[in-house]
Design a protein around this ligand. Structure first.
Ligand SMILES: [Zn+2]
Length: 305
């Protein structure tokens, strides 16, 4: 039992699962909430339309027909796998059904199939399915001969998994209309237990391809950070000073007669002063004591200490 998804979350859930979605004009406010409630929802119901052609089927499911006002489902799953959204809220797709099936879906405690339904729309004991199920109409003649293309079956799998994932349901929350009402025979041409198996496999694989980028490992700094001017004093001994000296030599700023080495010496200071002058510093700015900008410009390789 769950609160129905908002239109935005509904679309996002489908797209995250890889569904190609087309939003019919007005679908976000199209429903039959004026005649009854929608929600809490318990599952997803799959139907076939007994029609051919995407455009006319989508219009029929949006508008309904004589004796059955639309919307007739939440989404139409075309033969090419594109899902056309036609309603947000209560839709005329499930009708009355078996309370024991409803219970089995809520608890997800059945084997291959829920208990065979013994009731239908209008019969004693039937419960309202339109308030409890998301409904998807699949374009198919329903004669058992009209093929179900792989793209369409994949879209059914994705749509069902998207809603199960969004609500934390397992695949047993996905049923066919014929598993709900003993008057119905849809969907015809594929087996619901097989489809539930596909949905569960998809759910078990974890979330669909996340939109989030692969985290890049933090870049190891390759240059020694400026240790501060006070680091450079008589008596200081560090591999950083050796690395600095080597860079000064490489830049043609050597005042060394031996080395460079780890101990801070007058030769280091004179060499660094050459570097500062090379950068354009003058006077006290070229006193040979490293500052942050001249240090950054020198690119002293990082030492392992
Ligand atoms: Zn149906």
């Amino acid at each position: 039992m769950a609160t129905p998804l908002t239109a935005d979350r509904f679309v996002a859930a489908l797209r995250a699962e890889g569904v190609t979605v087309v939003e019919h004009d007005g679908w976000r406010t199209h429903n039959r909430n004026h005649v009854g409630t929608f929600g809490p929802v318990v599952g997803v119901m799959i139907h076939h339309t007994v029609s051919a052609g995407t455009a006319n089927t989508v219009e029929m499911c949006f508008n309904g027909y004589e004796g059955l006002p639309g919307p007739l489902c939440h989404g139409v799953i075309a033969k090419d796998g594109v899902v056309h959204l036609v309603a947000n809220g209560r839709a005329n797709h499930a009708g009355g059904g078996d309370p024991s099936v409803l219970q089995a879906v809520i608890t997800e405690t059945y084997g291959e199939q829920p208990p065979a339904p013994r009731v239908h729309q209008g019969s004693a004991g039937a419960v309202d399915g339109n308030s409890r199920f998301y409904g998807f109409e699949c374009v198919n003649l329903g004669d058992g001969a009209d093929p179900w293309p792989a793209e369409q079956l994949l879209a059914i799998e994705r749509v069902a998994a998207a809603l199960c994932r969004a609500h934390g349901w397992g695949a047993r929350s996905v049923i066919g209309h014929k598993e709900w009402s003993d008057w119905k025979d849809d969907p015809r041409g594929f087996a619901m237990p097989t489809m539930r198996g596909r949905v569960q496999t998809r759910l078990d694989k974890g979330p669909a391809k996340p939109a989030k980028p692969t985290p890049t490992p933090p870049k190891q700094p390759t240059a020694e950070p400026f240790p501060g001017a006070s680091f450079f004093h008589k008596g200081q001994s560090s591999a950083v000073i050796t690395a600095m000296g080597r860079r000064l030599v490489a830049e043609g700023c050597s005042a060394y007669t031996s080395g460079p080495g780890p101990r801070w010496t007058e030769a280091d200071r004179l060499s660094y002063a050459k570097w500062q002058r090379k950068l354009g510093f003058r006077g006290s700015d070229a006193d040979g004591i490293p500052g942050p900008s001249s240090w950054a410009a020198l690119h002293v390789p990082k030492t392992t200490r």
